[in-house]
Design a protein around this ligand. Structure first.
Ligand code: ADP
Ligand code: ZN
Ligand code: ZN
Length: 744
């Protein structure tokens, strides 16, 4: 009817549009005008686009370049980052899979797959720093970070490696731009610019130091067959010290000989260990992707991998995205490690993404562990994964002997001692023989809670509501979740009573050690003292060189270390990880005790492991005592099945966050109602809405909904297309955590 009159006046076409997904927690693609001078658009190109009300420039990816003529008033693509797409088809599909499976926005997922330094605007120069004066010229009053920066430069001068790139200096020390500016102003450092120094790919091809034993040879034959057979997933269950790493090295070498590339994923901490040095002696052209790399180095490695010059990629979980176009094999070492799970969006699990990547690339993947996760074991039972075993230590070495000690029985009356008599005696004997000791304290800091015995008040974090922990070194009280820090109050604010410091902790053990073994050299390794890979390496090298007698640490010391002179390993308390309210607590305790025990007796010294506990009947500890993985699995699996928890179901956790408690709570209620509708008639179970175990982090309140389904993918299928609407309905930020590892 309108035709009777005029056609509506359409504006003239404004140009061509492309669809872009941006690196932000939003669920849809947006159209942008494509300026002609940028050339021809292609799917996968990275761009920078103005986004939101403030027109913040965000990185985005072109997902549709039909370049339709448009008449709409659109924002314009501001900048083209890549002249060609960085992700090949396999990686692009992997990104889509991650986005779907882990319920993560595609733009954020793709952005996480490419180091931000990669692209056209690579820096050709870098800023380096020199020390100007001598150590005695330094003022007495310096911030801890400034001092650390100076210390590192001083060390470099002694080693003849001065100047150092400013970027790695600030990263190691944590010093801000402002502190650097002040150091310069005070004339303590001098900055200069030089062409960026790019690393050479490290790696050598030393000959094999020994023949594989029969078990290893059998495993190697099986793997060799798989190398030419397309995709397969294999769990390599080998006890600690059974020679798994040796098998990896030889399998990777086969892959290189066939002209292909291999990816080896390792837990973060393993990057500084001798395992790493061993790999570098035996394998050529290795790209080691660690967190200490500068942007320029990272971009360089990325190119070397892309061009096929690097034959091996070793790194933590994000190395699974290495652009190896000639991929032949993926290995995940210590596949049970929880550090493979990323704890921000996209919350992917490096191990499971490795399996998916191998499947997309049609190559084999090997998951190795002495304590395989029950998820992987379940996949073996379901015949999705194959299994290979290395049941014995190499060279017929015995498994270390474990001894369980009931801590309460060994405690002297009226005094708190954390190292009981049995452990003290064993340590003393080892130290007398000039051997080394590793002592694991499964809890950080002095871990003293501040407590009022008269009115039972405990000091807690105003931000997170978790109990605060007193640190002796700083004499401050700190929150381990958000790092909120306070002074220790003199008296109880509730009743003016006298406060008590109560609890166990690493610093307390340190004091006890210096009392009991005054001559021993003790070094500490925990995330309070280790903030960089460089610091970790320092302690590590000192221990390896025999300059340290007792290595005291948290979980960090349980992982992948291989020191032949360690003859005693003590676990100060095996119980602390059982106390966390988490269905995997028993599994974690089992893994921890077996892994730390594996650090003992790796060469010719017989190893002793003393495990102190308050719960000697705890099955996880009992099975760990006899290194009985099969026994533990046979005990734990039925209880998971009965309670229909993973690995017998899949869990999706949705966390609603908001600075306002009411908004967060209402958001979770709206989310739960929305989900209920979407899942009506399905067998998905829902828990919540409920406050998360840690109700508040960094001043944001957190509520959650937990979903459990017997079949994989069911929940994602129902939610995926509706995530945008669900978060709009909740009027708060929603973060999905699929297959969560951390339930806090
Ligand atoms: P895992 O990775 O299972 O802990 P490794 O591969 O690190 O085991 O082997 C443990 C130690 O035994 C290493 O020092 C390694 O050099 C040595 N080793 C490995 N395989 C053999 C073998 N076949 N013969 C002798 N020593 C071996
Ligand atoms: Zn009080
Ligand atoms: Zn806090």
């Amino acid at each position: 009817m309108g035709k009777l009159f005029q056609e509506p006046q359409l504006p003239p076409p404004r140009g061509r549009a492309v669809a872009v997904v941006v690196n932000a927690n939003v669920w849809q693609a947006y159209d942008y005008l494509w300026p002609q001078e940028l050339g021809t658009p292609a799917v996968g190109m990275r761009v920078r686009v103005p986004f939101g009300r403030g027109d913040r420039k965000l990185v985005g990816f072109v997902t549709d370049c039909q370049a339709r003529p448009t008449r709409q008033e659109l924002k314009e693509v501001a900048e083209l980052i890549d002249t060609a797409p960085q992700l090949d088809e396999t990686l692009w599909r992997l990104g889509e899979w991650i986005s779907h499976y882990y319920l993560a926005p595609l733009g954020m997922t793709l952005a996480a797959m490419i180091p931000s330094a990669v692209g056209r605007h690579r820096k050709q120069t870098e800023t380096v720093a020199y020390l100007t004066g001598e150590r005695r010229d330094w003022p007495g009053r310096l911030g801890a970070r400034q001092r650390q920066l100076l210390d590192e430069l001083y060390e470099a001068r002694k080693q003849g490696t001065e100047p150092l790139p400013l970027e790695s200096l600030t990263r190691h020390s944590g010093a801000s731009r402002e502190s650097v500016r002040r150091l310069r102003q005070r004339g303590l450092i001098r900055l200069a610019s030089r062409p960026a120094k790019l690393p050479e790919l490290p790696g050598q091809t030393e000959a094999d130091p020994f023949e594989l034993n029969d078990d290893q040879a059998a495993v190697m034959r099986a793997i060799q067959e798989k190398l030419t057979g397309g995709f397969s997933a294999t769990l390599l269950y080998g006890v600690t010290g059974s020679g798994k790493t040796e098998v990896y090295i030889r399998a990777i070498r086969r892959v290189i000989e066939a002209g292909r590339q291999a990816i080896l994923l390792v837990p973060e901490i393993a990057l500084a260990t001798q395992t790493m040095q061993r790999l570098l002696r035996r394998l050529p052209r290795v790209a080691v992707l660690h967190s200490g790399l500068t942007d320029a180095q990272r971009a360089f490695y990325y190119d070397q991998i892309l061009q096929g010059a690097a034959s091996v990629v070793v790194g933590p979980r994000s190395a699974v995205f290495a652009p190896a176009r000639k991929l032949g094999l993926v290995i995940v070492d210590e596949e049970h490690e929880s550090s493979y799970k990323q704890d921000n969006i996209p919350r992917y699990h490096g191990r499971d993404v490795a399996v998916k990547r191998a499947a997309l690339a049609d190559v084999p993947v090997i998951l190795g562990s002495a304590t395989p996760s029950l998820e992987s074991l379940r996949n073996v039972q379901l015949a999705r994964y194959g299994m290979l075993r290395l049941p014995h230590r190499v060279r017929g070495l015995p498994m270390p002997k474990l001894q369980i000690v009931h801590l309460r029985k060994e405690m002297p009356r009226g005094r708190v001692e954390l190292i009981g008599k049995t452990l003290t005696d064993r340590m003393a004997a080892a130290l007398d023989r000039g051997e080394q000791v590793i002592l694991l304290m499964n809890r950080r800091g002095y871990a003293s809670y501040v407590f009022c015995p008269s009115c039972r008040w405990t000091m807690s974090c105003p931000g997170c509501t978790r109990a605060l922990v007193f640190h002796q070194a700083t004499q401050l009280v700190m929150c381990h979740y958000c790092r909120h820090t306070e002074m220790l109050p003199e008296r109880c604010p509730a009743c003016r009573g006298k406060l008590l410091l109560f609890g166990l902790g690493i610093q307390r053990i340190e004091n006890e050690l210096s009392r009991k073994f005054p001559a021993a050299r003790v070094a500490r390794m925990d995330s309070d003292t280790m903030t960089s890979a460089a610091q970790f390496k320092k302690v590590f090298d000192a221990f390896a060189a025999g300059e340290v007698d007792i290595l005291l640490g948290t979980q960090m010391v349980a992982k992948g270390l291989d020191f032949p002179r360690v003859s005693v390993v003590g676990v100060a308390s095996a119980d602390t990880s059982l106390e966390i309210n988490d269905f995997r607590a028993a599994e974690r305790t089992f893994q921890l005790v077996v892994q730390v025990a594996g650090r003992a007796g790796r060469a010719d010294l017989p190893g002793w492991v003393v495990v102190q506990t308050l719960h000697e009947d705890e099955p996880a500890i009992r099975f760990a005592l006899s290194h009985d993985y099969d026994g533990f699995a046979a005990y734990e699996m039925p209880s998971r099945r009965e309670t229909r928890l993973p690995p017998f179901s899949r869990m999706v956790r949705l966390i609603v966050r908001h600075a306002d408690q009411e908004r967060a709570e209402q958001g979770a209620a709206a989310l739960a109602a929305g989900i209920k509708k979407l899942l009506a008639g399905s067998a998905v179970r829902m828990l919540g809405p409920q406050p998360a175990a840690v109700k508040r982090i960094r001043n944001e309140f957190r509520f959650e909904v937990q979903l459990l389904s017997d079949k994989p993918g069911v929940i994602q299928k129902a939610l995926l297309g509706n995530m945008g609407e669900l978060s709009r309905g909740a009027r708060a930020e929603i973060v999905a955590d699929v297959d969560p590892v951390n339930l806090l």
